[in-house]
Design a protein around this ligand. Structure first.
Ligand SMILES: [Zn+2]
Length: 626
């Protein structure tokens, strides 16, 4: 082996080691799997520090840069791998000592704000008693959407909004100033510009060009819909604590019996199989049911990064989690969506064909927008009437009626544009925040600027969710990042439009999996997001398809669904045995539920269904006892 080959092989081995160790401990601590949790958490912290130390080491990056002249004469494949490592380390290393000092100070300040925020006495003032009732932000958000009592919804909103004043009074603006100082010391215009350049490899100008276009072109249609809505429900419909509640449709509840939990695994496997999605030997471990002590957010992480290690394929090892509450309305829908969304991430990370783990790990320089496009595209199928008709049957085997599917479209289509604008509120407010001069960064000025953006985007008296109550803005990892979801939504619609225009259908379209695998998945972060979109759809990222979808009339949305339903009638259901070329393992904490290696795909799906039905019976019994 040449010196270059040896260096690259060592780098892959060393990275895979620190990555896998960190991720295995991440999973066992988040899922509560270890016998001694305190020890496990401590080991996790150590493993995470080792991972950071690997990626943030300026000496490692400098040494790799020194190899570039030698690599110029080496085979293409080796040069690409070297560039991949340089790109990955560049996304994490801060090269100047001044920048490293500021970055270390920020870690301290962010840690302190996080501690303060957790210690905050969050809750709502009960209008009946005048007492503060403690509630988490998740509980407050749920109350805001679903409590039938307006005074209580208003109290929940005020509880959420109190996060803003609290974080502004506990050091958030010092963090904002220091983030800008750090970014400027590295030669960027401001913090947002720096993060976009590093994470999305895009200029701030291009990013906001796309977002501003989306905001501009959805403004008038949204105003018209809101006026209609206010005419029907009264002007109070424009209060943030009334809007989401009044909008809440009946169809979600009515669809619930068709999206049961027990058959969720079988439907997901059958649907991915029919799409031609394959996992290249990957092992997927799923922990879907909520329990005390389990991490409160669904996620996918990949402890085993897939790559060709000196020519030998190392399949991916991927875990994902959800918090479905057995027996609760919506649990089946949530589990199904997790399987499609996180399963979409898993399909992506199982199919990256590269010679080094730097291209196939889920952290920077893997773009958030690129990664979310894969998962959001696959979970978008669940919105489709044709998917529901084919896969979502009730316990008696009946599919939902056409009327129910149409009611759903009538409820949702008018506010599709509003939903996108609600997402856009976060990045547009964050842009404004980092563009304020240091002497303007006072709590009043910041809130004034946020309120203006919220009113403009959402057309309500205030945003349905106060901007600073969105936790992404606070932590270093997820700040200046939310635009990723908006870009992904653009790409999802662009991809859907491509398949629909060419083939007329997406559900059970056997070309979808293989074509996504080639154009979107195989290159990993070696290709830019634009490049992947271009190679499948023929155009770089654009807001057009999303705009068309948002601004379509309800009649047009109904017509397109009817057309797709008709089209799918001509597509026979796959009858060959399901095979995703992977292993699916279902666990519930330390309990092993089933796996496809033991029972095959059909057997595992049956075992899963039996297990869920047993939990459902237990849940009913427990309720009957109390
Ligand atoms: Zn995701």
């Amino acid at each position: 082996m040449t010196a270059l080959e040896t260096t690259l092989a060592d780098l892959s081995r060393h990275y895979a080691e620190v990555h896998t160790r960190k991720e295995d401990l991440f999973w066992s601590t988040k899922m509560g799997l270890a016998e001694d949790m305190a020890a496990a958490r401590q080991s996790y912290t150590g493993a995470e520090q080792a991972w950071h130390a690997f990626l943030q080491d300026p000496a490692r990056l400098a040494a790799l840069r020194q190899l570039e002249p030698e690599a110029a004469a080496a085979p293409d494949s080796q040069r690409r791998v070297l560039e991949g490592w340089i790109a990955m380390l560049s996304a994490h290393v801060i090269e100047s000592p001044e920048g490293r000092r500021l970055s270390a100070e920020l870690v301290e300040l962010e840690g302190e704000l996080d501690r303060q925020r957790r210690a905050m006495p969050l809750g709502y003032v009960d209008p009946a008693t005048g007492r503060l009732e403690r509630a988490s932000s998740v509980q407050l958000a749920l109350m805001l959407r679903s409590d039938p009592d307006e005074a209580r919804r208003k109290a929940a909103f005020e509880g959420l909004a109190s996060i803003e004043g609290y974080v502004l009074g506990h050091g958030f603006l010092d963090i904002v100033k220091k983030r800008n100082q750090l970014a400027r010391s590295l030669g960027h215009q401001d913090y947002y510009a720096w993060r976009v350049a590093v994470v999305e490899r895009m200029t701030k100008q291009r990013l906001f060009g796309l977002l501003d276009e989306l905001a501009q072109s959805t403004r008038e249609p949204m105003r018209r819909e809101l006026d209609r809505f206010a005419a029907r429900h009264g002007e109070r419909a424009r209060e943030p604590w009334n809007f989401s509640y009044l909008r809440l449709g009946k169809s979600t509840q009515a669809l619930d019996p068709y999206l049961r939990f027990a058959p969720a695994l079988e439907r997901w496997l059958a649907s991915f199989h029919a799409l031609g999605v394959r996992l290249r030997g990957a092992t997927l471990t799923l922990d879907l049911v909520d329990r005390p002590g389990k991490y409160e957010n669904g996620f996918m992480h990949g402890p085993g990064v897939a790559f060709f290690e000196r020519g030998t394929w190392q399949p991916a090892r991927i875990n994902f989690s959800a918090n479905a509450v057995v027996g609760q309305v919506g649990a089946g829908m949530q589990a199904t969506r997790t399987l499609f969304h996180e399963g979409g991430h898993a399909a992506h990370f199982s199919n990256i064909l590269s010679d080094a783990p730097c291209f196939a790990q889920e952290f920077a320089p893997t773009s958030v927008a690129y990664a979310e496009t894969q998962s959001m595209f696959l979970d978008s199928l669940l919105e489709d009437g044709e998917w529901l008709l084919r896969y979502a049957t009730d316990a008696g085997g009946a599919a939902p009626s056409l009327e129910l599917l149409e009611t759903r479209i009538r409820e949702e289509q008018p506010f599709r544009g509003w939903d996108v604008r609600a997402m856009l509120t976060v990045p547009l407010a964050e842009r404004a925040l980092y563009e304020l001069a240091d002497d303007e960064l006072s709590p009043d000025r910041v809130l004034e600027s946020f309120r203006e953006i919220e009113r403009d985007l959402q057309g309500l008296t205030r945003a349905a969710r106060p901007v600073l109550a969105v936790p992404h803005l606070l932590s270093g990892e997820s700040s200046a990042y939310y635009h990723g979801y908006v870009l992904a939504e653009m790409a999802v619609q662009q991809t859907r439009r491509f398949f629909l225009a060419r083939d007329g259908f997406i559900t059970d379209n056997p070309r979808v999996g293989p074509e996504l695998a080639t154009a979107y998945w195989a290159p990993g972060n070696a290709a830019t997001f634009d490049h992947t979109l271009q190679s499948l759809t023929g155009t770089p990222l654009s807001a057009r398809a999303l705009l068309e979808r948002c601004n379509a009339s309800t009649d047009a949305a109904l017509a397109s669904t009817r057309e797709r339903i008709e089209r799918l009638k001509g597509v026979p259901r796959r009858t060959d045995p399901v095979d995703l070329n992977g292993s699916i393992v279902v666990i519930h904490g330390r309990e092993h539920v089933t796996s496809t290696t033991e029972h095959g795909y059909a057997g595992a799906a049956r075992a899963f269904s039996d297990w869920i039905e047993r939990l459902e019976r237990d849940a009913v019994q427990t309720r009957a006892l109390v």
